[in-house]
Design a protein around this ligand. Structure first.
Ligand SMILES: Cc1cc2nc3c(=O)[nH]c(=O)nc-3n(C[C@H](O)[C@H](O)[C@H](O)COP(=O)(O)OP(=O)(O)OC[C@H]3O[C@@H](n4cnc5c(N)ncnc54)[C@H](O)[C@@H]3O)c2cc1C
Length: 416
């Protein structure tokens, strides 16, 4: 390849997001002789990093065991198993520290830059790319890719309303959830799993939670069919949110999409309590002599249920005292507390993090190099793949890991 021709590159990375940057930096740091170019369609790179984690960027999660780490990925966990033995959150922490950024761990194991600013992460990646000699073309959109018969690729890109042609020996696609690029990937022979949203809140209109926005319960268990998730839950103006809901939305992303986001949801407000155990506690409350003349609605039998919620969950009993509650009512209340039925009527947006599931079929990618098994010298990293994690830093981690692996392979003389 002629090094004098400006439109010829050794490596082109389509997509200036975290996966693309990580790959380009790694590749250029290992092999400084290579001419590496990032194409970014927007007017700035790393747009999602900047808005991530409520402006703080939840970079990764303090989970350092690959076997456990993969359990946080509703899709792609198995494929990532080996990849995480090569680059996992401990390596992410080390990488950022070596590039001048210290991360801290919060009580729930999410990791953020100590500055609490996503700009720290974006600036670090831009600086590292610049230092490694990576070039970035902004406002440049990948339109089409053709494989050259003699090797390498001819790309058509759009810049300032002009279509330009660029040659590259190797191509990494790291364009996230962009649907047009997924079509390009399909045209190269890959199959694509349909994109559907993951990580969303549930819209529920129900008198039992009406007017309680802002109230949270420490540990609930939620079920949709055979799927279940436990953890904190938050009541919102529109329905339900919080870690348990977001996790269930990720695992149930395809089921709920298929149902147009209308589904039954079972809520156990008492976490892992079974009906009989709850009934026993309720019976005890009824039998306790001091309670006999106290209103049920004013005297929660379980400390984890806030009084305002308790009042609404027990409304069907009316104004009765504990002493006057019938056995049937007590059993009904135990059922309400351990398996309350709600109807999801739509999905809301989780503003701190939004990801889609779907993307390039993982069987068609070699997870040691992130190279396509179908087209030589074509690579993938990040959200363009059919991988998504629950909330907590797992989505960035899969971008760092797949980007790093792709960077190694792109730098090698021949990745086959
Ligand atoms: C609001 C929000 C908050 C989030 N917070 C977190 C968080 O705190 N922690 C976490 O782990 N995850 C978070 N995520 C998810 C995380 O941002 C993504 O998983 C991650 O950005 C995926 O990285 P990527 O590089 O694969 O894709 P992207 O970040 O989407 O980057 C792809 C890049 O490619 C560019 N591009 C697309 N098409 C083309 C084309 N044809 N030509 C050229 N360029 C193109 C795009 O403009 C973009 O810059 C959040 C997501 C959102 C939306």
């Amino acid at each position: 390849m002629s090094k004098s021709n400006q439109s010829n590159w050794d490596v082109i990375v389509a997509g200036g997001g975290p996966a693309g940057f990580f790959a380009a930096i790694r590749c250029a740091e290992i092999n400084p002789d290579l001419r590496v170019l990032i194409l970014e369609k927007a007017s700035q790179t790393l747009g999602k990093v900047l808005i991530s984690g409520g402006g703080r960027c939840n970079v990764t999660h303090a989970c350092f065991d690959p076997a456990q780490l993969i359990t946080y990925y509703p899709r792609g966990g198995m494929a990532l198993r080996g990849a995480f033995t090569r680059f996992q959150p401990a390596d992410t922490v080390k990488w950022f520290e070596e590039h001048g950024v210290k991360l801290k761990t919060e009580a729930d194991n999410r990791m953020f830059p100590v500055t609490d600013s996503s700009e720290t992460i974006a600036n670090c990646l831009r600086e590292a790319a610049k230092n490694a000699g990576v070039k970035v073309h902004l406002g440049t959109s990948l339109l089409n890719v053709e494989k050259n018969p003699q090797g390498g690729f001819r790309l058509e890109v759009m810049k300032e309303a002009k279509v330009l042609s660029i040659q590259t020996d190797k191509l990494l696609i790291a364009t996230g959830s962009d649907s047009k690029t997924r079509e390009i990937v399909r045209s190269l022979g890959h199959s694509i799993e349909e994109a559907v949203p993951s990580l969303f809140t549930f819209n529920i209109k129900d008198p039992r939670i009406a007017g309680l926005a802002g109230l949270s319960v420490e540990n609930v268990t939620l079920h949709i069919d055979s799927l279940s998730q436990s953890g904190p839950m938050l009541i919102t103006h529109w329905g339900l949110s919080g870690p348990a809901v977001l996790r269930l939305s990720a695992w149930g992303a395809r089921i709920l999409f298929g149902r147009k986001y209308r589904s039954f949801l079972t809520v156990n407000w008492l976490g892992d309590y079974k009906l009989d155990a709850a009934l026993e506690v309720l019976q005890h409350s009824k039998d306790w002599h001091e309670n006999a003349r106290r209103k049920v609605s004013a005297q929660p039998a379980f400390s984890q249920i806030p009084i305002r919620l308790w009042k609404q969950l027990t409304q069907f009993i009316g104004d009765k005292n504990w002493g006057d509650v019938s056995k049937v009512e007590l059993r009904k209340l135990a059922g309400e507390l351990t398996a309350g039925e709600f109807t999801i009527e739509g999905k809301g947006q989780f503003k701190e993090e939004f990801v889609t599931c779907g993307g390039v079929n993982l069987n068609e990618v070699d997870f040691k190099s992130m190279q396509s098994r179908i087209v030589k010298d074509l690579f993938f990293a990040g959200e363009v793949l059919d991988i998504d994690g629950i909330t907590g830093g797992f989505n960035f981690q899969s971008s760092w890991t797949t980007g790093w692996l792709a960077g190694n392979a792109l730098a090698a003389a021949d990745a086959t």
